[in-house]
Design a protein around this ligand. Structure first.
Ligand code: BG6
Length: 488
C-alpha cells in the first residue's frame, strides 16, 4: 500500500451520514470512494450511516454497497478482508425512522471510536430533498461538530439559489457548507493552477494582448439513460455550464491569488464571476438531439436542451474583448474535455504565399481534462526538406507517461477528503453561485429555441456562426500522439 503523507487526511475519525445512500451517485462514486479512502488509510477511522427513502435494513444496505463496489470500483477487485472490515463500518437508517433514530445511530458510531470524532453529512439528493434532510439533521441535533457536503444543482435560477442559501444558512454556517463541483476535484483542473502559477513561462502572456480566444469544450457521447426525468427539468446549461464549465473558466481566467488557500482562491474566482457580462441569448445556441422527445420520462414537446454552446465575456483588464466559447452536450460525436487557448497570430508574415503559414489556425495551448491529464502546445515549424514549407507541429505532455498516475485520487475522493479536513479551496461559495445565476438571467428569461441535431454529430449547424471567424478546435485535426508509436 502506498504511504499516505501526513496532513493529507483528516486528524479525527469521521462519522459520515450519507443521505441518498442508495442512489446512483452514491453507488457509482461515493461508496467506492469512501471504501478506497478508508481502506487505503487516508482516514483515521470511518463509520458510514446510509439514509434514504428506501425502507431497508443495514444488511440490505451492505449488500447494495458491495454490489456497487463490484460494479463501479475502478481499482482492483475488492479484497475480501478489507470488505469485511468496511462492511462493519456501515449502518443504515431509513428516512421514515425519523431524527431520533438517526441521532442514535450517529451516537452509536461515535461511541465506537476511542476519542474525538467529526461528523460529515453528504447530501446526495436534489435540492428539495436536501432541505428536508437539513431539517432532519437539525432536529436530530447533528449540526454541531459537523460539515455538510451539498450536491448540485444549487438552485435553478437566482431567486431559488438565494432562497436555498438562506434556508441552508438558518441551520449551517457558510464555513460548514461544502458545495461540491466534481470538475474541480479532477487532477487536471488543479494542474491548471500549478501550470499557471508555478511557472514563469506562460503567465506573462496570459492576457488579452496575447490570447485571441478561449474554448472550453466538453462534448459527451453518452445519452441520458435513467436520468431523463431529472434532466428534463435541468437541461445542459444548468447541469453542466453553471456548475462545471464556469468553474473551470474561473481557474483559467482568475488573477494569481495572494496565497494557495481557500479564501484567496475563492475571492479571485468570485472576481472573475463578478466581471462576467450577463449572457446575451443571441450568443447562445441550444440544441436537442433527435429522438430525445421519445425517451421515457421526457415531454413529447420538450424544449429542454441536451446541448449548449455559448460565447461569454469577462469584462476586466486582463480579458476585455477576448471571447470565451463554451460547448457541451449529450450524444455528440466524441467524449472530450478540453480547454483550448488560441494565441494571437504574428502581426506580419515574411513567409511566402503557399508556405502554409496560418493555414491550420493559430498556435494553441490545450489542456485535456481527461482523467490522466494531458497538455499540448501547437505551433508552426519548418517541414524538413528544400524550400520553406510550414506545418503545424506540437509539443505534447501526457501524465500517463510519468509513472505517477497510480497516485491519482478520483475527483469525489479528493473532494470528500478535503471536506473532512475542512479545506474549502476546491468548493464553491454562495456568493459565486448567486452571481453565476445573476449573469444567467437574460438567457433563462428568453432562451433561444432548441435546434435539433443528429446523435453522433457536433451539435446544431449554427455553432459555426457562433465562433466565426474562428473555428471549433474539436474535432482535432491531429490525434494526440500515442507515446508508444511517436506518430501523430
Ligand atoms: C455531471 C452531470 O455532473 O457531470 C452529467 O450531471 C455529466 O450530466 C457528468 O455527464 C460529467 O462528468 P464526468 O466526470 O463524467 O466528465
Amino acid at each position: 500500500m502506498a504511504k499516505i503523507p501526513p496532513g493529507v487526511g483528516p486528524k479525527f475519525p469521521q462519522v459520515v451520514v450519507l443521505v441518498g445512500a442508495t442512489g446512483d451517485l452514491s453507488k457509482r462514486k461515493l461508496l467506492p470512494g469512501l471504501f478506497h479512502l478508508s481502506t487505503a488509510g487516508f482516514i483515521p477511522g470511518c463509520r458510514i450511516i446510509g439514509v434514504s427513502l428506501d425502507d431497508i435494513d443495514a444488511d440490505r444496505f451492505r449488500a447494495i454497497a458491495r454490489a456497487a463496489l463490484d460494479q463501479f470500483s475502478h481499482r482492483k477487485a475488492v479484497d475480501e478482508a478489507q470488505w469485511t472490515a468496511f462492511a462493519e463500518q456501515l449502518d443504515y437508517v431509513p428516512m421514515s425512522a425519523g431524527p431520533a433514530a438517526l441521532r442514535e445511530a450517529v451516537e452509536r458510531a461515535e461511541a465506537s471510536f476511542d476519542g474525538e470524532s467529526r461528523r460529515i453529512h453528504y447530501l446526495s439528493v436534489p435540492p428539495s430533498a436536501a432541505l428536508a434532510a437539513v431539517r432532519m439533521l437539525d432536529e436530530a441535533d447533528l449540526v454541531k461538530r459537523s460539515r455538510v457536503i451539498m450536491e448540485k444543482p444549487f438552485g435553478v435560477d437566482l431567486e431559488s439559489a438565494v432562497s436555498l442559501n438562506r434556508r441552508l444558512h438558518e441551520v449551517f454556517s457558510e464555513d460548514q457548507i461544502f458545495r461540491i463541483d466534481h470538475f474541480l476535484g479532477k487532477e487536471p483542473a488543479q494542474n491548471i493552477l500549478a501550470f499557471r502559477f508555478a511557472n514563469g513561462l506562460f503567465e506573462p502572456i496570459w492576457n488579452r494582448n496575447f490570447i485571441d480566444h478561449v474554448q472550453i469544450d466538453v462534448p459527451e457521447t453518452l445519452g441520458l439513460g435513467q436520468r431523463s426525468a431529472f434532466y428534463e427539468q435541468t437541461g445542459a446549461y444548468r447541469d453542466m455550464v453553471v456548475t462545471h464549465l464556469f468553474q473551470i473558466l474561473a481557474f483559467m481566467a482568475m488573477e494569481p491569488p495572494t496565497a494557495l488557500a481557500p479564501a484567496p482562491i475563492s475571492e479571485e474566482k468570485n472576481k472573475v464571476f463578478r466581471s462576467m457580462l450577463p449572457l446575451d441569448p443571441k450568443d447562445v445556441v441550444r440544441g436537442q438531439y433527435t429522438g430525445y422527445r421519445s425517451e421515457e420520462g421526457v415531454d413529447p414537446e420538450s424544449e429542454t436542451e441536451t446541448f449548449i454552446a455559448l460565447k461569454c465575456q469577462i469584462d476586466n483588464w486582463r480579458w476585455a474583448g477576448v471571447p470565451f466559447f463554451l460547448r457541451t452536450g449529450k450524444r455528440l460525436a466524441e467524449g472530450q474535455r478540453i480547454i483550448s487557448i488560441a494565441f494571437r497570430e504574428p502581426p506580419k508574415s515574411m513567409f511566402p504565399a503557399g508556405s502554409g503559414v496560418g493555414a491550420q489556425g493559430p498556435d494553441h495551448l490545450t489542456f485535456d481534462l481527461a482523467d490522466a491529464s494531458k497538455m499540448s502546445l501547437s505551433f508552426y515549424g519548418k517541414r524538413p526538406g528544400p524550400g520553406m514549407r510550414l506545418d503545424k507541429l506540437s509539443l505534447q505532455f501526457a501524465m500517463n507517461d510519468t509513472g505517477l498516475i497510480g497516485e491519482v485520487l478520483e475527483a469525489y475522493e479528493r473532494l470528500i477528503l478535503d471536506a473532512m479536513r475542512g479545506d474549502h479551496t476546491l468548493f464553491t461559495t454562495a456568493e459565486g453561485i448567486e452571481r453565476l445565476w445573476e449573469i444567467s438571467t437574460p438567457l433563462l428569461e428568453a432562451p433561444p429555441p432548441v435546434r435539433l441535431y443528429a446523435p453522433g454529430s457536433w451539435g446544431p449547424k449554427s455553432i459555426h456562426q457562433l465562433v466565426a471567424p474562428h473555428a471549433w478546435r474539436l474535432p482535432f485535426e491531429r490525434a494526440w500522439r500515442d507515446s508508444n508509436n511517436g506518430g501523430g
